[in-house]
Design a protein around this ligand. Sequence first.
Ligand code: NAI
Length: 777
Amino acid sequence: MTIKELFDTMEYGPAPESAAEALAWLVDQGDRFGHFIDGAFTAPGDGFDSHNPATGEVLATLTQATQAEVDAAVAAARKAQPKWAALGGAGRARYLYATARLLQKHSRLFAVLETLDNGKPIRESRDIDIPLAQRHFYYHAGMAQLMESELPDAEPLGVCGQIIPWNFPLLMLAWKVAPALAMGNTVVLKPAEYTSLTALLFADICQQAGLPKGVVNIVTGDGAVGEMIVASDVDKIAFTGSTAVGRRIREATAGRGLELTLELGGKSAYIVFDDADIDSAIEGLVDAIWFNQGQVCCAGSRLLVQEGIADRFYTNLRARMDGLRLGNPLDKCIDVGAVVDPVQLQTIERMVASNTAGQVHHAACTLPENGCYYPPTLITGLSTSDPLMQEEIFGPVLVSTTFRTPAEAMELANNTRYGLAATVWTENVNLALDIAPKLVAGVVWVNATNLFDAAAGFGGVRESGFGREGGWEGLTAYTRPKGKRRSLARIEPATGHGAPVDPIDRTAKLYVGGKQARPDGGYSRPVWGKSGLLGHVGLANRKDVRNAVEAAAGAAGWAKATGHLRAQILYYIGENLSTRTAEFAHRIDAMTGKRGGAKEVEASIQRLFTAAAWADKYDGQVHGVPIRGVALAMKEPVGVIGALCTDEAPLLGLVSVMAPAIAMGNRVVLAASEPYPLAATDFYQILDTSDVPAGVVNILTGSHGELAKPLASHLNVDAVWSFSSTDLSAEIERAAAGNLKRTWVNNATSLDWGVDHSKRFLQAATEIKNIWVPYGE
Ligand code: NAI
């Protein structure tokens, strides 16, 4: 081609990055890898080949871990953990900092190896994946440094099993390893079977950084190895990957007392209003769905365009798509690289082929003859019920429909079982900031997309999983509150016989939707105290749970009430309780046969006042992120919380759960203390006289064992907490897998009700949404 012709066509010449250094590193390792256990590489064993998806060439052979190898890795991590924790935050910070420096020093080698192994364009691995991984280690070196001063009540969990996917191999490793190490944990990490090479190079870096042996252990293999880690003696599982596997892990860990965070799939909405800067919104889409070939959990894969601009927008978008350059991922001039593996390519092809709706546009690029390539694709004219509008494709395929009004946009955006991310494009700041809180998603980007930073927590709601990675909130996933743990000891209801203390038959009802309700089954049970029969309580069943949840779901307006109003109502509840102190104290003493009633009522009043105090002060944060913008970390209520209240403190236990939960805008369905339920049933009268809107607080009585499963499996319940003296964690966590609701179970082991733990409750009662907005130059 002549220079004149080049100028005429403006065609880019190839500018390939050399693979020589990365290939030489593989050769140096013998092209065969074992695992990294207890500070050393093990001898390679039986395994499988790792391919370059752009060419199909074998890059290296990896070892499929055996049970004995997984056990050895967990044992090494277990042995190393106490010493690692004892180093103190400042001691660990130096290793994290050294790791960050080494990642920076070898960044080009990492970028090239990542691109060879994964197929992503070198521009992305060089400018996004690897720098963000470094940033994560730097940021968490700082978190380690600050742990003792800023998180004085936190301690490490112990050994963390970490299972990561193939779409951002080193970056996902960094997201998992850096906070775990910073907080004093040790790890056993399994990279995805398609993309393990940068994790093995990272192991090399750990050696160079002089990391104590056993602190980081890396085992390779497929899902079977993941299952072994999940089944092993670890204290936490952190998983990123598909929702299906996340659900399996939730079930497999149920009742084992493990911490769990799941970062799962998504079908994130990309909303373009008619006043948007169209060119910018289209450029944003290139980053939203064609970045990393669309293999991004938070990819803006569902385009919603306002009707008035739809034709123009689609025309311009198709033109932009046709200009995208697809090809050799090592070429610095290409926009779209290879899909990770033939299996993933077939999934994308099959999903698109199964669609019969809408109009399909494939970008006008030529696909290389070899390798796993799929053209950027746009499917317009779909409706919400079309499978491709609901299912995660995890490929470079954008699906789209139009909307008329902001309200319709919201409805469409939230019509998904996922809730990971969303993007809003509009030049109207009022509209953007009105829409952001209404989007059911863990992350919202305004006039930008796919922005990430270690300072801003990342994670989803609904079936996109739970837990956050990054920011202060990410640290709670790797720590637990200090303090002794007790084992659960079931408190049995007292039995007795003889005449009632009070001759009038009093059968306390349930409290549902602001009204007293007879239990559906029509059954009740006597409540005995030392002095005789104290009364009867209704035995709630599955149907009563449904009614209570319906009432709670119907009281959604509470989430929008101001903190000021919620505070006033909580103060009012406290004040009304204080006028009846003697009566409640007497009731508690009669049920428990102890003399702590007066103290318990006083502590309950204090809890109500503390929650009232926090209602308008437990604010979010503004994160300074290294882009032209800020991330607003807004605290949102979790939604409907079902809680089995503690058995031991009949009033204080109920109030300690209820007050912070409703202070944050949640609605609650509370199962009262099983042996001592009458303080809770007396409490309705206090709620009735305190202006609590109907449905915000619902109280059931009966067997915790009967109520746990219906609460945990109800799709309109967003979180289930258990403070019961009965260990119901297995059934709660298993049933919660259905819609992946948050759980907080067996809390009786670590909470002393005499101590004010309001901060822990406030944290559990809120979910952080990070809203990235443009700000400043
Ligand atoms: P996957 O969820 O099966 O794999 C992710 C990781 O989990 C890998 O390390 C894998 O070896 C491991 N794993 C698989 N089965 C396991 C089990 N039973 N127990 C423990 N660990 C297990 O994802 P896959 O099959 O690679 O991709 C399938 C689909 O998953 C994609 O098409 C995409 O829709 C979704 N996906 C979502 C990701 C995200 O970031 N949200 C990342 C990767 C995939």
